[in-house]
Design a protein. Structure first.
Length: 365
């Protein structure tokens, strides 16, 4: 019991020392005093304590998104350097309006109070006491002058277009992918929309694969397309304007128009043309009728036969089951009901679905 008392006294003395000794100092820094609208601005805040400061907790979270600016957390760290606790916070701000912008955030310094320590030491459970003593501080004001750039898209970008050889058969998809890579506010990059007479255009939602850095978002934005037509067509020239941070001027990324040559479609056997299929069925039916008539004459037996015509659904189901390729299947679906099967056709044309067996399972008759 004596040993426990000694330990309690020592612990209590150490705590009293902590309560009296810990102090701290904040410093703040901004990486630029001038920026353009929607350009990344780096904000850094560091709190250095006089010791390990075990009794202190910091509540600092200025992350937000509003009409004036958007702030994202880039990095948050707590370390012990030379026996001193150091808390650091790094944010990236994107200002949406031109003019002078002032960042003056509040921070809460929470310190475990004396009553909480005493209750912990003696093992007393008292819900009446406050666990922390909170001090609200004003961070150092950081100022940046924001200039207008006359563009919703800003950064450093490159455009790349990959596509099939522009010679295809009718109903065969022509694939194209548009990519933008670099550093930019990719959220402001709008999807491309194509309207080409006589051409069915299938497109995926843009895929954005980016990460946050000190200089803003860095990565790749891409969008895939499939064009299906029955005659020659032209994909128009691609143009995208943005404010280039290197040249500090509006820059245009462009890609020339694409002329696609379309040859005659698949053979009737590949497409399983309805007329050809019905004609073939009638030939088979005639064969069976003649066979039964021959049997009737030979056996002198009076036979009757009722014929059952195939429904449109039966014909469609046969076409689907006999389709030998995904391309032929796409044509069959498009001719049957392009709107109903648009989702499945898009998955095939954009190569999201590559198994004809799996594709057939997804078809509802």
């Amino acid at each position: 019991m004596k040993k426990n008392l000694i330990k309690t006294v020592i612990f209590f003395l150490l705590v009293q020392t902590q309560l009296a000794a810990s102090s701290y100092e904040w410093r703040a820094n901004i990486n630029k005093t001038q920026a353009y609208v929607n350009e990344a601005v780096n904000l850094e805040y560091v709190c250095t304590f006089s010791d390990i400061a075990e009794l202190y907790v910091i509540d600092f979270d200025p992350v937000t998104e509003n009409e004036k600016y958007t702030i994202r957390l880039l990095n948050k760290n707590e370390r012990i350097i030379d026996g001193k606790k150091v808390n650091s916070y790094e944010f990236v701000a994107f200002v949406h309006q031109a003019g002078e912008m002032r960042f003056d955030f509040d921070v809460s310094m929470k310190k475990t109070n004396r009553d909480s320590i005493e209750n912990t030491v003696i093992g007393r459970d008292n819900g009446e006491y406050a666990e922390y003593t909170t001090t609200i501080l004003k961070q150092k004001e950081l100022v940046v002058n924001v200039l207008e750039d006359n563009s919703s898209l800003i950064g450093t970008l490159e455009m790349q277009v990959t596509k099939d050889t522009p010679k295809i058969k009718a109903y065969e998809p022509f694939h194209m992918e548009i990519k933008f890579s670099g550093k930019a506010n990719f959220d402001n990059l709008k999807p491309f929309i194509f309207e080409i007479e006589g051409v069915k255009v299938f497109s995926q939602e843009p895929n954005v694969n980016v990460k946050l850095t000190k200089d803003g978002y860095e990565g790749v934005w891409s969008q895939k397309f499939a064009f299906v037509g029955t005659k020659d067509f032209v994909i128009p020239e691609l143009r995208t304007e943005y404010f280039d941070l290197q040249s500090r001027a509006i820059k245009e990324l462009a890609y020339e128009k694409t002329e696609v040559e379309v040859a005659p479609a698949f053979t009737k056997e590949e497409l399983l043309d309805e007329e050809a299929e019905i004609s073939l069925w009638h030939q088979e039916y005639l064969y069976y009728v003649l066979t039964f008539l021959a049997g009737f004459l030979l056996a002198k037996i009076k036979l009757t036969r009722t014929s059952k015509s195939l429904t449109d659904a039966d014909v469609f189901a046969q076409k689907v089951q006999n389709a030998a390729s995904l391309q032929a299947l796409c044509v069959i679906l498009a001719l049957q009901d392009a709107k109903k099967y648009e989702s499945l056709i898009t998955k095939i044309e954009t190569k999201e679905l590559t198994s004809i067996k799996e594709a057939k399972k997804l078809i509802s008759y």
